[in-house]
Design a protein around this ligand. Structure first.
Ligand code: SAM
Length: 211
């Protein structure tokens, strides 16, 4: 019996990623793109749970040195294919936040996009993400907020049903305690993807590790 992750079984991401179409599209996350002014070529970026690679590949196109990981081998394969199609290089690995070899002060940027893990796993992953940053390194994150439960009643799609997998600003302030927050808000955003669409309830964060 598979353990339930993100309201689905882990195999369900394989089922999505096995298809040739990119389930979450090939365009980068719009909030990530809006933070382009914080990026510099040569910065080292880590993308946990990067799925089919849309965000890691876009960061590589901006000249960053990109490492990604995802538990789904089909996701990793498609991320590598997307990078090759776009003539960039990423270092893509099959791993989960549980098995990733987190090391101190390695990265300038950690990008977390729609990774809705169980509470204890999420807290550990966020602590590890902060630990993996160099001084003044940043986490850029977008996930669904509890408001998404209401928005789904009005046609929005995406996100887990379990309230304890949805993020608030307070939750993120606690998980990333010690960081400063150049950006942190619960807001609504429009998505037009196959998996995420409609006006959705999200939380968006940029957290900076102290110098
Ligand atoms: C909603 S998808 C988002 C994918 C990608 N971040 C994006 O925005 O396109 C959630 C991703 O989390 C990954 N995931 C699930 N459990 C995970 C874990 N324990 N560690 C790391 N990633 C995980 C899934 O394989 C999936 O690719």
């Amino acid at each position: 019996m598979s353990k339930t992750i993100y309201g689905f079984t882990p195999d369900s991401f394989d089922d999505r990623y096995r298809e040739p179409e990119y389930h979450y599209g090939t365009a980068p996350n719009a909030f990530l793109v809006s933070q382009k002014h914080r990026l510099r070529p040569g910065m080292k970026a880590l993308l946990p749970g990067d799925g089919e690679g849309r965000n890691g590949v876009w960061l590589a196109e901006q000249g960053l040195d990109v490492t990604t990981f995802d538990p789904s081998p089909f996701g990793v394969e498609k991320a590598q294919k997307l990078a090759a199609d776009r003539s960039v290089t990423i270092s893509a690995h099959q791993a989960g936040v549980e098995s990733w070899d987190w090391r101190d002060a390695q990265f300038d940027l950690v990008g977390l996009f729609f990774i809705h893990l169980p509470v204890a796993l999420r807290q550990t992953a966020h602590a590890n993400a902060l630990r993996a940053l160099k001084p003044r390194g940043i986490v850029i994150l977008e996930t669904f907020s509890p408001h998404q439960i209401e928005m789904r009643k009005h046609g929005a799609a995406g996100g887990p049903k379990e309230i304890d997998r949805l993020f608030t600003c307070d939750l993120l302030r606690a998980d990333f305690a010690g960081a400063t927050f150049p950006a942190l808000e619960e807001t609504e955003a429009d998505f037009d993807g196959h998996a995420h669409h409609g006006r959705c309830g999200v939380v968006r964060m940029v957290a900076m590790k102290p110098a």
